[in-house]
Write a protein that binds this ligand. Structure first.
Ligand SMILES: [Zn+2]
Length: 195
């Protein structure tokens, strides 16, 4: 998997955290991934692409779908309806740090900005790729979270402004149904920093 392009969806119109959108040439197949196990957590990374599951017994996660995982100890296991868990849970038990992203293999999706699918990627691989594709931004640890999670911000921002989420720009429309119009954030004066 190679990273071809990156953008940021700041999620101005909702309370969600900003999300990095990543265009890749292909999505690694789960059959090609080797999973590490820590308790009920299963984690694998290949070329920066990360997959993880929470599993303790057959359940209804992923509509009860069965995943045949190859483990890094040479064994195999079938997970019946595992749950997806969160990147921050994986980070806190000591797996190589990862964060949620939006992924696509379609250049058209990058332009339109929708029909991505949710996934996770390695923080170190994302940081390396951001030097080329998002040189004015960086991934920092989110200090407002008890778990180890990451947020994308404008370079130099350590405590993202609540209104513009650290981008320095925000939606000028008071009524969310108005057409999107980005203005310099009045809350932080465009610095992106809360204080
Ligand atoms: Zn702001």
């Amino acid at each position: 998997m190679k990273i071809l392009d990156m953008k940021i969806n700041w999620n101005y119109k909702c309370s969600n955290k900003p999300r990095i959108q990543v265009l890749v040439d292909e999505i690694p197949k789960i059959d090609d991934m080797l999973f590490s196990v820590n308790g009920n957590l299963y984690y694998s990374e290949i070329d920066g692409y990360v997959r993880f599951f929470y599993y303790n017994r057959p359940g209804d996660g992923y509509s009860g779908q069965i995943y045949h995982l190859r483990l890094d100890n040479g064994k195999q296991i079938d997970l019946v309806g595992p749950w997806s868990s969160r990147a921050s849970v994986m980070n806190d038990v000591g797996f190589a740090h990862c964060t949620e992203v939006s992924l696509t293999t379609e250049p058209e999706t990058m332009i339109k900005g929708h029909t991505f699918f949710g996934g996770a990627m390695s923080v170190s691989v994302l940081r390396e790729a951001m030097k080329k594709h998002l040189p004015d931004h960086e991934l920092i640890v989110d200090l407002n979270n008890d778990e180890t999670s990451y947020i994308v911000v404008k370079k130099g921002v350590t405590d993202p402004c609540k209104r513009c989420k650290g981008s320095g720009k925000c939606d000028g429309a008071i009524n969310w149904s108005d057409p999107m119009k980005l203005i310099r954030c009045p809350e932080c004066g465009g610095r992106g920093q809360a204080r």
